[in-house]
Design a protein around this ligand. Structure first.
Ligand SMILES: Nc1ncnc2c1ncn2[C@@H]1O[C@H](COP(=O)(O)OP(=O)(O)OP(=O)(O)O)[C@@H](O)[C@H]1O
Length: 291
């Protein structure tokens, strides 16, 4: 299926400062892509450029073939967007706001508002002025999840949500994916990104430095153990261990083979205090941003 979103060498300078540097990526229908990177790495700049809020210095972003800057009206008809910082119409109730935003797009919502409000545990008839910041964020999520649009863009969506609602939002992202929508979102929370993404794009100082296929990561395991005797020279696959696998009597290994092979190998090693975890994004994040 052709991608719904394509960026080609998308670049944004603020005066002489390059906030986004030749970002090239694509997101297909039914795909969830995460943007990860430290503060100021260009995530919001990338998302806002796709929405046509920011004029690229060079390169382009296309949604369903429409240029995000030149055809931003067409683009916004196809994208539901949750900004990082909310500016809501405070004199409305949640229901009024969601209906108002729907009407701007020519969509009418009925009982589905109540069904989703119930799942998000908010009263849609309460004025926004009487809501906490997390409740307001949930109203904004209603407005993003209800529309029947092919692309959802979320800027740090779980910010201010409690743990139960974070899980609910992740479930909603999975539902959107199952319904064939494409989702692009930024986050700082690695385990959330791990839970829902098909691919994760790492940004550093505006540049794409790594793309991680999550299916590839999910078959891997991260092994740590304390060595009580001589360090092994070969790994579970019989190949020499990497130079940095053993330091200060601690073994650290990323393993992508079969589990019985790993367990048989560990049984022959002088190890205790053993931990075997899913590979996860943490070591990759550390490599790019803390290494
Ligand atoms: N309007 C602006 N004028 C000048 N510089 C800007 C402007 N907007 C963003 N920047 C700069 O561009 C860089 C990227 O900012 P951006 O908001 O895209 O980062 P981010 O990855 O979303 O960060 P965070 O994780 O903190 O939300 C930062 O250095 C920021 O200071």
């Amino acid at each position: 299926m052709p991608p719904i979103l394509v960026t080609e060498k998308l670049t944004k300078n603020y005066n002489s400062f390059r906030a986004l540097d030749e970002l090239t990526l694509s997101v297909a229908p039914g795909e969830v892509v995460g943007l990860l990177g430290p503060n100021g790495s260009g995530k919001t700049t990338a998302l806002r450029s796709v929405l046509g809020f920011i004029r690229p210095t060079s390169g382009q972003a296309l949604v369903a073939g429409f240029d995000c800057w030149a055809d931003s009206v067409e683009v916004r008809k196809r994208v539901a967007y949750l900004p990082g910082e909310l500016r809501l119409y405070e004199n409305m109730t949640g229901r009024q706001l969601v209906r108002f935003l729907g009407k701007l797009r020519g969509e009418e919502y009925g009982p589905e508002i109540d069904a989703l409000a119930k799942r998000l545990d908010i009263d849609p008839d309460r004025p926004l002025t009487q809501m906490s910041s997390g409740m307001k964020r949930k109203v904004a999520l209603l407005a993003v999840l209800l529309p029947k649009l092919p692309l959802i863009i979320l800027d740090e969506p779980t910010n201010t949500l409690d743990p139960t609602m974070r899980d609910e939002l992740l479930a909603q992202i999975k539902l959107a994916k199952a319904g064939g929508k494409a989702v692009l979102f930024s986050s700082h929370v690695l385990h959330e990104v791990e839970a829902v993404c098909d691919r994760v794009v790492f940004l550093r100082r505006g540049q794409l430095v790594h793309v991680q296929d999550m299916a590839e990561l999910r078959v891997g395991r991260h092994v740590t153990a304390r060595l009580t005797g001589p360090a092994p020279t070969a790994g579970p696959d019989g190949k020499p261990l990497p130079d940095d696998a053993v330091a200060d009597q601690r073994l650290t290994l990323d393993y992508r083979g079969e589990l019985p092979e790993l367990l048989a190998w560990l049984a022959q090693q002088p190890v205790d205090d053993l931990k075997i975890e899913p590979l996860g994004l943490t070591p990759i994040y550390k490599k790019w941003f803390e290494g």
